[in-house]
Design a protein around this ligand. Structure first.
Ligand SMILES: NC(=O)C1=CN([C@@H]2O[C@H](COP(=O)(O)OP(=O)(O)OC[C@H]3O[C@@H](n4cnc5c(N)ncnc54)[C@H](O)[C@@H]3O)[C@@H](O)[C@H]2O)C=CC1
Ligand SMILES: CC(=O)C(=O)O
Length: 307
């Protein structure tokens, strides 16, 4: 299995945790960590080498040019939220970092998949599509995969059903304008909202708790990284083994002219198909609102010089 994965921002908490998860899932032959902080990056490689006995993956430090020739390039480089900051508050800093890392990696291997994780992930996915010149289907963001995992975990414990049987998605922005597609959520084809275990559940509060989970973690420990590390490894596995799993990921939606999350079929060539679930009128309104917020940020930063 000759797949090569690079992580730009690999010395950071998310990059190193993603590296560890990828190593444990044995989905790459070679894993390259790239970071401006070369001293810390070298130390992360050394630390990860202590776990190498669990895996066949070779982990080493790499250059941006080498990363551009990898099968998957994960971008975690960027500032993280301080307590109280939103993801969108990071756009000025992270848009500039994104431009510089993409330029430094060019030319890309033609079939490379770019996986955006740095925040605000939907807007950065949109800009990465423009800046990289790669086909839109090959540039995707982790989007609401993490939020949907948080939702399913919460529902699974309330319903006392395994998470894999709970089909429920958080859609839209990976951020404050996200919403839960309650109307299409189901367990074994039984609409979720008709289940007796859902009676008395405050759906609004549950959705707010899911939305605010990152804020709660950041407030107490400064960053989130285990969940997203697992999400990154799962996305890589799906791409490398052409698994065609359906996952809610950020990708370009032509009719909205933004990147945000709907479920997609994910395979070796990236996003193969968008599967937009049926939405109620109210959910359609929430979707439009989320897209509008993304578009406003894009328009503000589209022509702005890097700062
Ligand atoms: N999409 C998601 O669900 C999640 C996204 N994140 C985002 O991931 C990003 C990274 O978070 P952490 O790893 O906690 O931050 P961190 O501060 O631990 O790591 C960021 C790394 O990026 C590196 N970096 C900065 N500029 C660079 C450049 N030009 N080239 C190469 N490396 C560069 C830094 O040296 C640092 O090692 C943040 O934007 C955060 O908001 C975090 C958790 C979940
Ligand atoms: C930080 C972030 O985006 C998250 O944990 O959802």
């Amino acid at each position: 299995m000759p797949a090569k994965i690079a992580i730009i921002g690999g010395a950071g908490s998310v990059g190193a945790t993603a590296a560890y998860a990828i190593l444990l899932r044995r989905c790459a032959s070679e894993l390259l960590l790239v970071d401006l902080d070369t001293e810390k990056c070298a130390a992360q490689v050394l630390d990860l080498s202590d776990a190498a006995f669990l895996s066949d993956t070779k982990v080493r430090m790499g250059t941006p040019k080498e990363a551009g020739q990898c099968d998957i390039v994960i971008i975690t480089a960027g500032a993280k939220q301080r307590p109280g900051e939103t993801r969108v508050d990071l756009i000025g800093r992270n848009r500039a970092i994104l431009s510089s890392v993409i330029e430094s990696m060019k030319p890309f291997k033609q079939s490379a998949i770019l996986l955006l994780i740095a925040n605000p992930v939907d807007v950065l996915t949109y800009f990465a599509q423009k800046l990289s010149g790669l086909p839109q289907s090959q540039v995707l963001g982790s989007g609401t995969y993490l939020d949907s995992a948080r939702l399913r975990s919460e529902l699974s414990s309330r319903l006392e059903v395994a998470e894999t049987a709970v089909h429920a998605y958080v859609l839209g922005e990976h951020g404050d304008s996200q919403f839960v597609a309650w109307s299409s959520a189901h367990v074994a084809n039984t609409p979720l909202l008709s289940l007796s275990a859902m009676k008395g559940v405050d759906k609004k509060k549950l959705a707010e708790d899911v939305k605010n989970k990152a804020y709660k973690i950041i407030e107490a420990k400064g960053a989130t990284y285990f969940g997203i590390g697992g999400v990154a490894a799962s996305i890589c596995e799906c791409i490398i083994f052409d698994l065609r799993h359906v996952r809610p990921l950020s990708h370009y939606i032509p009719e909205l002219n933004v990147c945000l999350s709907f479920p997609v079929v994910l395979g070796h060539s990236g996003v193969r198909q968008t599967l937009k679930p049926p939405l109620t009128e109210e959910e359609e309104e929430l979707l439009k609102k989320s897209a509008k917020e993304m578009r406003n940020v894009i328009e503000k930063y589209e022509l702005a010089p890097d700062q």
